[in-house]
Ligand binder design. Structure first.
Ligand SMILES: Nc1ncnc2c1ncn2[C@@H]1O[C@H](COP(=O)(O)OP(=O)(O)OP(=O)(O)O)[C@@H](O)[C@H]1O
Ligand SMILES: [Mg+2]
Length: 252
């Protein structure tokens, strides 16, 4: 399974990506979670603990005498994954582009470059052939346009039953379809509250949704406590719905 999760800010991308990663790992697959959001999210929903101040991936890259970034000697995209991915529960491995500290993006330029090289080289890597890749992209269409998830066979577009959310979803889907003609695009309705919500989402986006997740107090409570939803409320309706989503994606 090779998926990238996209959509508007706050749509539920990280909750879905992180929970999917955990569930797929529990089914026995080796899972690489790819976090390209410079803001926090995925490590929380994965339950991988607080992020290091400096992204571990920064160790994989260095600048040459002309100031150009490249891999450190002996490191390449696959080696960087093997060496600098960090652990999360259920055996999930996580690579992160990095979160900028207060001084700005300077300290994560190296890790960002390494990350971009990684996403462009893992799809065909023999050592990662049977791995599942699950990417959590930042809000909006920008990274889809700049091709931050070329490994993805399926783009999961998360939509809330709201006009703005649907507008972003449609735009992201259009950009993905333009850049990645071979990839599937599926829509997920999240935070569904009433019977008509799914139909409302489908009307707004003009396409059917593959799955829907209910608005779930367990997920919201997990967020308040800073705990992964799958650990805090494993039997909650939203987690059960993500389980069904994983099954549906596995069949694609
Ligand atoms: N089904 C749900 N029920 C209740 N709360 C939810 C649900 N899905 C997501 N949330 C909550 O909504 C908020 C946003 O979720 P999440 O961080 O996954 O969104 P995101 O799309 O990754 O956001 P961002 O664009 O900021 O990265 C979180 O507080 C999360 O706990
Ligand atoms: Mg997020």
């Amino acid at each position: 399974m090779r998926v990238a999760v996209v959509g508007k800010g706050g749509a539920g991308k990280s909750v879905i990506a992180g929970t999917m990663a955990r569930l797929v790992a529990r089914r026995g697959a080796r899972v690489l979670a790819l976090d390209s959001d410079p803001l926090p999210g995925l490590s929380l929903s994965l339950g991988s603990g607080p992020e290091a101040a400096e992204p571990p991936l920064g160790e994989a890259a260095e600048r040459d005498e002309n100031g150009r970034w490249g891999w450190k000697k002996g490191v390449g995209p696959v080696r960087a994954v093997q060496r600098y991915a960090t652990g999360a529960p259920d055996g999930v491995r996580l690579v992160q582009l990095g979160k900028p500290p207060r001084e700005g993006f300077g300290p994560i330029i190296g890790s960002s470059k390494a990350f971009y090289e990684i996403v462009h080289n893992i799809a065909d890597a023999r050592a990662l052939r049977d791995w599942t890749f699950i990417g959590d992209l930042p809000a909006g269409p920008r990274q889809a346009a700049y091709d931050y998830a070329p490994y993805a066979h399926t783009y999961v577009v998360v939509v809330q039953p709201a006009a703005q959310s649907a507008l972003t979803a449609r735009r992201v889907a259009r950009i993905v379809r333009m850049h990645r003609r071979d990839a599937e695009v599926v829509f997920i309705a999240n935070r569904v509250r009433e019977a008509g919500d799914v139909h409302h989402v489908e009307k707004l986006i003009g396409e059917p949704v593959l799955a829907s997740l209910p608005a779930d107090d367990g997920v919201a409570a997990a967020e308040r406590l800073g705990v992964a939803p799958i650990d805090y409320a494993p039997d909650s309706p939203a987690i059960t719905a993500i389980e069904r989503l994983v099954s549906a994606l596995a069949k694609m």
